[in-house]
Design a protein around this ligand. Structure first.
Ligand code: HQG
Length: 186
């Protein structure tokens, strides 16, 4: 399977397992799971044929392991905008986590902290490199340091997805570190 096809199938799966299942007539269960056979049939019926082998390849080869398979079912491991309960247990985060963003959001982030925007949770990374890649999707990345340990001690709940993304409902500005070159609010 060539890399472009892998990305194309991965994006198609993200779209329908995270955001718009109804677009192809899918119903996710409360945990976000759907039968693989049902998914493949729905995709084919809507003009996007994916073979079982391709699906398996994408699950294994996807760069961020975005999808989890449990027996005959599949779901997105994180990133949903539709209401799902991933059933992840609260976890103790490392002392620092990282969030990749871009300069144009900094004024708002300084004012109101990190908010989940269209997703369920704020997404945080365990290392700077991953956070920089997340930010780079939108422009020159700015990596913010999240004071995760103190935030957790203060009662904030953190969870970690099956593919290692840290999730929390919000991060107040008081627990964010801005790099010195991030510029002042303009
Ligand atoms: C920003 C991708 C204004 C935030 C990635 C981000 C990740 C604010 C954007 C995953 C704000 C939301 C998630 C505030 C946060 N005011 N802007 N108060 N608080 N923002 O895409 O973290 O490929 O929903 O900085 O790799 O960028 O989908 O979140 O720029 O892991 O698997 O609002 O999505 O993974 O953007 O990315 P997103 P994200 P996948």
């Amino acid at each position: 399977m060539n890399p472009q096809r892998t990305v194309k199938v991965s994006k198609y799966l993200s779209r329908h397992l995270r955001h718009r299942p109804e677009r192809i007539g899918l119903t996710l269960d409360e945990g976000g799971w759907v039968e693989i056979d049902t998914l493949l049939a729905a995709a084919a019926a809507h003009g996007f044929r994916i073979s079982p082998d391709e699906l398996e390849h994408v699950v294994v080869a996807d760069d961020k392991r975005r999808f989890a398979v449990d027996g005959t079912r599949i779901r997105a491991s994180q990133g949903h905008s539709v209401e799902v309960d991933l059933g992840l247990a609260p976890a103790v985060p490392p002392r620092y986590l990282y969030h990749g963003t871009v300069t144009r959001f900094l004024d708002a982030i300084r004012a109101e902290g990190l908010r989940p925007m269209t997703r369920h949770d704020v997404h945080l990374s365990a290392d700077r490199e991953t956070a920089a890649r997340v930010g780079a999707r939108r422009g020159r990345p700015v990596v913010l340091t999240v004071d995760a340990g103190p935030l957790h001690d203060a009662g904030h709940v953190f969870r970690v997805s099956a593919n290692g993304v840290w999730l929390t409902s919000c991060v107040p500005s008081s627990h964010l570190g801005f790099p010195p070159d991030a510029g002042e609010a303009s």
